[in-house]
Design a protein around this ligand. Structure first.
Ligand code: ADP
Length: 684
């Protein structure tokens, strides 16, 4: 029978084969997580790039529009003044001055005229320089810092104009210390330059055209920024100046002692910017960074937006006849911020999608796990049911078998009982034969006594001795009663009595048996010990059956003595209440002796029992006696009777020879009327 724990486990390979465990490998999860991370990186990179590119394109477009506007404004201003020096040079006052430079009237007229022209043209200054480089007249004559009398030979615009060409030059005024754009026109007479007319324009308004957040600057052909909306960038160069050029600038005093240092502007160079330059940026656009030394040195924050930004989209335009370069610097910070925001938004959206995806995956995994558990449970249930059915079938088969066995045993038992009853009956009949002689002898004695008593009584009656006759009649009555009892015993012994258990006085039963066996005793001495102290000692038994057992035991002892030494034959009967010894082989009967026991030992000095016969003594039909003398039923029946009483019957050989049969019975409370004592007959 398998252990019941087996029901809990699914051992059936077929059942487990049908249920496949879901694949929960952590490797797949790692792969999935890595793919998500790679996707995040790719998405962030692409989002940033696309967003930045689009922002840059938009910025470039809007900046280009503004740059075109600024350029057009500057260009139109320059165009407007381009012809003014030529006009001035044509005026008779100017010509007259150049013809007679020392004529005070002409000088005054020229000064007057120049002031008038300057005022109307909204120029900074208008003046006339003689061929020797000395200013003859100026719009600011008579004012502090007047140009009149100043030597301009070192100025390039004068040198160019003196050479017969239009001179254009941006410089800081040496007298006024104000920056300006100088337009110089040669005044010729007979193919010879006799003087130069100059108009100086203040262009500083232009550097205020751009907003503070979007730096605007104009640089000359040497790369010197002379106009800039960022004051710190003015008079700085975009390219390092060669020493020769530096020397020339010092000689022309172009920037009048200003230290012209390089602006730390460098193009942004990376694969991304190169790609953007190819795909998005126009020919005159580039991405640059302006390193701000001031900011690096500063420790406190400044709200100046121009100083906060350091990366720009630079858009260049060539402006004016001097081919200046105008650069509009659009800060990249907003575009970068937008790209950053778009990237963060995309990353967040991606993270949300990833979370949903992970959630969905987990749900799917959970569903798979649950399905697997359910299938496992179903398989276990099926297996359990199958096993329960198999066990139930087994149990039912065993049960049926047991029922059959029980029926068989019941049948065998009843057959055995019937056989036992038959045997008891047969044994009784056999014993009856043996007893017949004894009974005949027993009855013959009282009969003889009866005849003697009756004869004596008649004689006594004839003599008139009534008292003696009455005594004889009483004796006759006793004798007949005794005889009636003997025949009654015989009748009871021969019949099949119902098994009853009632108190039987041991002494009475022993007396009856000894009385029955008296004819066979001969020279054998019989002693009974242990009953004198307690004559009423009783056992729970059936009177007749107990007597039958004792009759059989004592009879067998007489037989054994007869085979050994009949002359010194001796039988000792020892009765002991509560605690007799019970050694040797017994008939295996159960006892019912809770209320105390009575042990009756029958010991003889006969042949004893051969060792090989000892274990078979209680078997039916086991006998060592000659045919016709013993049936081999006596001990079998006796042991059966004793078992019926709940007692024990055992046998052992005595050390000095002979055998001892020990009978143990349940003790019963003494009851005087249980079985009346039959006096042992004494031969008369
Ligand atoms: P039976 O007396 O008819 O042989 P029993 O069952 O009474 O049948 O006895 C069986 C056998 O036990 C006897 O044949 C005898 O050999 C042996 N036996 C019984 N009692 C004694 C005894 N007291 N001493 C020696 N042998 C005995």
């Amino acid at each position: 029978m398998p252990h019941s724990d087996d029901f809990l486990a699914v051992h059936d390979p077929a059942a487990t084969r049908a249920v496949h465990a879901p694949d929960t490998g952590s490797g797949r999860w790692w792969g999935f997580a890595l793919a998500l991370a790679a996707g995040l990186l790719l998405l962030c990179g692409l989002t940033w790039l696309v967003s930045f590119q689009r922002g840059l394109a938009t910025l470039q477009q809007s900046t280009a529009t503004r740059a075109d506007r600024y350029a057009a404004t500057l260009e139109s201003t320059l165009d407007r003044y381009e012809f003014l020096p030529a006009l001035v040079s044509l005026h008779p006052f100017v010509r007259g001055l150049l013809d007679s430079p020392h004529d005070p009237a002409r000088v005054a007229a020229a000064n007057q005229y120049l002031a008038e022209v300057n005022r109307r043209a909204h120029a900074s200054a208008t003046y006339v320089i003689a061929a020797n480089g000395i200013a003859l007249a100026a719009s600011n004559h008579g004012q502090p810092g007047s140009f009149v009398g100043t030597d301009y030979r070192f100025r390039p615009y004068f040198q160019i104009a003196a050479g017969g060409k239009m001179g254009r030059f941006y410089a800081i005024g040496i007298t006024s210390d104000e920056p300006g754009y100088y337009l110089a026109q040669p005044v010729e007479s007979n193919g010879k330059v006799i003087g130069v007319t100059v108009v100086k324009l203040n262009l500083e308004w232009f550097q205020r055209a751009g907003s503070g957040a979007e730096p605007l600057m104009v640089s000359d052909d040497h790369g010197v920024i002379f106009l800039s909306s960022v004051p710190a960038w003015q008079y700085r160069t975009l390219l390092p100046l060669p020493p020769a050029l530096q020397a020339e600038m010092e000689s022309t005093r172009q920037y009048h002692g200003r230290a012209v240092t390089p602006l730390p502007l460098e193009p942004l160079d990376s694969p991304v910017t190169r790609w953007l330059a190819q795909t998005t940026l126009g020919a005159n656009a580039r991405l640059v960074r302006v390193r701000d030394e001031a900011r690096a040195a500063r420790t406190t924050f400044t709200p100046d937006a121009t100083l906060r930004a350091d990366r720009y989209l630079e858009l260049g335009r060539t402006v004016g006849p001097a081919e200046w370069t105008m650069q509009v610097m659009a800060p990249l910070e907003p575009v970068l911020a937008n790209a950053r925001n778009a990237t963060v938004a995309a990353a967040l959206a991606y993270a949300c999608i990833c979370l949903l995806l992970v959630n969905w995956r987990q749900r799917r995994q959970r569903a798979r796990d649950m399905q697997y558990s359910r299938r496992l449970l179903e398989a276990a249930y099926d297996e359990l049911e199958r096993r329960v059915k198999a066990r139930t079938a087994d149990l039912m088969a065993i049960n049926e078998e047991l029922e059959e066995q029980v029926a068989e045993r019941t049948r065998a038992e009843s057959e055995l009982r019937a056989a036992q009853d038959e045997l008891v009956q047969a044994s009784k009949l056999a014993a009856l034969g043996q007893m017949a002689a004894g009974i005949t002898h027993e009855l013959n004695q009282p009969l003889a006594a009866l005849r003697t008593f009756s004869d004596n009584t008649r004689v006594l009656l004839e003599r008139g001795q009534l008292a003696a006759a009455e005594g004889n009649l009483t004796a006759i009555a006793d004798l007949t009663e005794r005889m009636g009892k003997i025949t009654g015993q015989l009748k009871l012994f021969a019949g099949k009595a119902r098994p009853v258990r009632r108190p039987v006085v041991v002494r009475t039963a022993l007396d009856h048996v000894l009385a029955l066996l008296a004819p066979r005793l001969g020279a054998v001495t019989i002693s009974v010990a242990g009953l004198d102290e307690q004559p009423g000692l009783s056992v729970r038994a059936d009177e007749l059956k107990l007597e039958q057992v004792l009759l059989n035991l004592i009879g067998n002892a007489l037989d054994a003595i007869a085979s050994a030494a009949p002359a010194q034959g001796r039988i000792d009967i020892e009765v002991q209440a509560d605690g007799g010894t019970n050694s040797g082989t017994n008939s295996g009967t159960n006892s019912d002796t809770n209320g105390g026991t009575v042990t009756i030992a029958v010991r003889d000095n006969g042949t004893g029992i051969a060792p090989e016969a000892l274990p078979r003594l209680f078997e039916p039909f086991f006998t060592t006696k000659e045919t016709g003398q013993g049936l081999g039923l006596g001990l079998a029946i006796s042991s059966s009777i004793v078992r019926e009483f709940g007692g024990q019957l055992s046998v052992a050989n005595m050390p000095g020879g002979g055998a001892q049969f020990t009978l143990v019975l349940a003790r019963a409370p003494a009851s005087p009327g249980a079985n009346e004592a039959l006096p042992v007959s004494t031969p008369l």
